[in-house]
Design a protein around this ligand. Structure first.
Ligand code: ATP
Length: 257
């Protein structure tokens, strides 16, 4: 199957264990082109682990993840070039300037020598990095490092964008810039998966909110029209209650569906 037209991200019954801890527990999720899906959960719920599995940064113990119709374990550069991501601490070459880092990111994602400069200029401007373009990335503040990480994820106009806590270090202006970029990317057909603890921000940007708890997706919430915080805690509490009841009945979590 060709990459174009294929589902940007599809995960089926993914499982990841770290020793005795089941970090991801039979998780199913798919993302269609043009939608923004927010993943919300408590600390340790499994958001980052799930994103790392989806990006083939770690291997699952069960299930599959595919990008544009190809299992991530075997997906080639044609698939990965269409993906942009920022997971945890944004990566940047410390000795390179902001502009040089973005040039490298653009070229690594398949932009040609003639395409890269325009894209670098565009993304520097959109993330408000103009005053820092010639500064080494090692000399950036935390928030500007995050802006650079986001710029690197966006410079090649990816069709699948995966962002883990993208606003954690941003100032309010940065939050607005990112929101506009995410919405624009989705309008032009990109699929976006974003994790966040900022529920008000999620409510503004997401089409769909998925709640992850103890490595499982426990439900979906509409981003607008209700008290998201309240609904989130209710959902988490109900999931805990279910788990307690099923263990009192003697079922192991592996047997609960
Ligand atoms: P947070 O909101 O705090 O960032 P999270 O939802 O991203 O949390 P994860 O980082 O995915 O949660 O962690 C899920 C579970 O897996 C936790 O219990 C965590 O301790 C465990 N875990 C994650 N990575 C590892 C690892 N490399 N080794 C051992 N345990 C891990």
């Amino acid at each position: 199957m060709s990459a174009r037209g294929a589902t940007p991200l599809r995960c089926d019954r993914l499982v990841k264990r770290f020793g005795d801890v089941t970090a991801i527990d039979r998780l199913d999720l798919h993302l269609d082109a043009g939608e923004v899906v927010a993943l919300i959960g408590l600390n340790g719920a499994g958001k980052t682990t799930f994103m790392r599995l989806a990006l083939a940064m770690i291997r699952p113990d069960g299930g599959t993840a595919s990008v544009f119709g190809r299992n991530v374990a075997t997906a080639g550069p044609d698939r990965w070039r269409a993906v942009g991501q920022m997971i945890e601490t944004p990566f940047a070459y410390p000795e390179l300037t902001v502009a040089e880092n973005l040039w490298a990111a653009a070229r690594l994602h398949g932009l040609s020598r003639s395409q890269a400069p325009g894209s670098v200029t565009w993304v520097i401007e959109r993330l408000g990095l103009g005053g820092y373009a010639d500064r080494r990335s090692s000399a950036l503040s935390l928030g500007n490092r995050q802006r650079l990480g986001l710029a690197s994820a966006l410079v090649h106009s990816p069709r699948l964008l995966i962002l883990d806590e993208p606003t954690s270090a941003l100032d309010p202006a940065g939050v607005v810039l990112l929101r506009d970029l995410v919405q624009e990317a989705a309008r032009t057909g990109a699929a976006v998966l974003v994790s966040s603890h900022h529920l008000d921000e999620v409510a503004r940007v997401a089409d769909r909110v998925e709640v992850i708890h103890r490595g499982r997706l426990v439900g979906e919430l509409p981003p607008r029209g209700l008290d998201l915080e309240h609904a989130f805690f209710e959902m988490v509490r109900a999931a805990d209650l279910d788990a307690t009841e099923s263990s009192a009945l003697g079922g192991s979590s592996e047997e609960v569906h």
